[in-house]
Design a protein. Structure first.
Length: 125
């Protein structure tokens, strides 16, 4: 897989890609947590099938705060970290992931977990 073309990604997300790649906390910790959860979810549903894993940023924030103390753990930073992970891994919107918005404007991120998406995510980090 080729190197991520930062010029194709909005500047805030490009900064988050940089933070993840250089293992900066709490961004790298968020990515590690998401990957572990995805793998466990994929194992439970059966490796041969495709499953959808949903990321709720507020729930994720609560889970991460138990492990990592950082003033940078905000819902906005978590949302940007998730998007940076997706775009940095070169996942395709609609094909590999999609975003839903609640009536109050909150976003949830959904990843179609299969061997392709997991390997793309692992190559990124």
């Amino acid at each position: 897989m080729s190197e991520v073309h930062i010029s194709d990604i909005p500047i805030p997300l490009a900064n988050y890609i940089h933070l993840i790649k250089y293992h900066k906390t709490p961004y790298y910790d968020i990515v590690q947590h998401i990957l572990k959860e995805m793998e466990m979810h994929y194992e439970r549903t059966g490796r041969g099938s495709e499953t959808v894993y949903t990321i709720n940023p507020r729930v994720l924030q609560d889970e991460i705060e138990k492990k990592v103390e950082s003033e940078k753990l905000t819902t906005i930073n978590i949302c940007r970290t998730v998007l940076a992970l997706f775009y940095g891994s070169e996942l395709r919107e609609e094909d590999d992931f999609y975003i839903t918005t609640t009536s109050r404007g909150r976003r949830n991120y959904h990843v179609k977990v299969n061997t392709h998406t997991l390997s793309s995510l692992h190559r990124f980090i």
